[in-house]
Design a protein around this ligand. Structure first.
Ligand code: AMP
Length: 283
């Protein structure tokens, strides 16, 4: 594995790649876990060369959010990346990606304004769209791997890639969970033992609604209230949103279908957690 910090070094590696080589790319913010590993493995299976970027992107955090507290662990990340047989580990530098404050803005307003995470994090997805665009320009991947765990982000990135004609295929990857159901997240390290137990209410609430859907309940209002009851019963879970949405438009639906996505965001111990499930799938 080659570890690269400088954008100039990344560019010279990229320009030396053979035209026929299929480049797979996994963008991350580091503090890597099994969820990231699953994306890397998917890229490893499909591609000749796998690039993973590690960069805690400041433009997707609002003032007062957890940018400073976000976990960072370069040595651990390098071990995991080498273990997964990654070719290029790019520890991107802020001085390369944001040599000055960015003036360009990229937005997908119909998928973000007032929608799901966009309601409490109004500038978050513009930061995501900007950094993903920059990373795509720098890496020039054929395929890029994104987790369904960040479902709204995945839909935004798919739209961004299409609308801006990036010659990249976006590959969605399933949510990786702990055996008890908790979706893996770099932020989980911020949970106390009691908080971790309470955080299980997110996946439990989703499973409760999914079971009810499979037993025949199609009314979104009932499914949502069943999931909400589970979330309200758990100590210390501050619910931010719980919605059943169309997977393409992210608009709320009144009648549940197999493709509908039940999405939740909540705070536990001050840690913001998100999770989701497709009603007709096991996830
Ligand atoms: P992050 O480092 O949190 O920005 O995540 C980098 C990528 O890993 C994103 O595409 C995430 O959706 C994905 N990811 C994070 N957690 C999981 C998980 N539990 N399962 C699958 N993918 C994940």
């Amino acid at each position: 594995m080659k570890s690269i910090d400088d954008l100039a070094a990344l560019r010279s590696w990229r320009s030396a790649c053979d035209a026929g080589q299929r480049i797979g790319f996994v963008p991350t913010m580091g503090a890597l876990h099994e969820g990231h590993r699953s994306l890397i493995r998917a890229a490893r299976r499909d591609c000749d060369c796998v690039v993973v970027s590690v960069f805690v992107n400041p433009t997707q955090f609002a003032p007062g959010e957890d940018l400073d507290r976000y976990p960072r662990n370069r040595a651990g990340d390098e071990r995991i990346l080498a273990d997964e047989g990654v070719d290029i580990a790019w520890f991107a530098q802020e001085s390369d990606l944001y040599p000055e404050p960015p003036r360009v803005q990229i937005e997908v307003p119909t998928l973000t304004r007032g929608i799901l995470c966009g309601r409490t994090r109004p500038d978050h997805f513009a930061g995501v769209a900007l950094i993903v665009s920059k990373l795509f320009h720098c890496v020039g991947p054929d395929r890029a791997y994104f987790g369904r765990k960040d479902f709204q982000q995945l839909v935004v990135v798919q739209t961004l890639a299409r609308d801006l004609n990036f010659p990249v295929e976006i590959v969605p990857c399933p949510i990786v969970r702990e055996t008890d159901g908790l979706a893996l997240s770099s932020r989980n390290v911020g949970l106390s033992p009691q908080g971790r137990a309470s955080a299980l209410a997110l996946s439990r609430g989703l499973s409760t609604a999914t079971a009810s859907y499979r037993a025949g309940e199609k009314r979104a209002s009932i499914l949502l209230s069943e999931a909400e009851r589970v979330l309200r019963e758990a100590a210390g879970v501050e619910l931010e949103y719980l919605e059943l949405v169309c997977p393409r438009t992210l608009e709320r639906v009144d009648v549940a279908t197999d493709e509908a996505v039940l999405a939740v965001a909540a705070r536990v111990d001050g840690v913001r957690l998100i999770d989701n499930t497709v009603l007709g799938e096991d996830s």
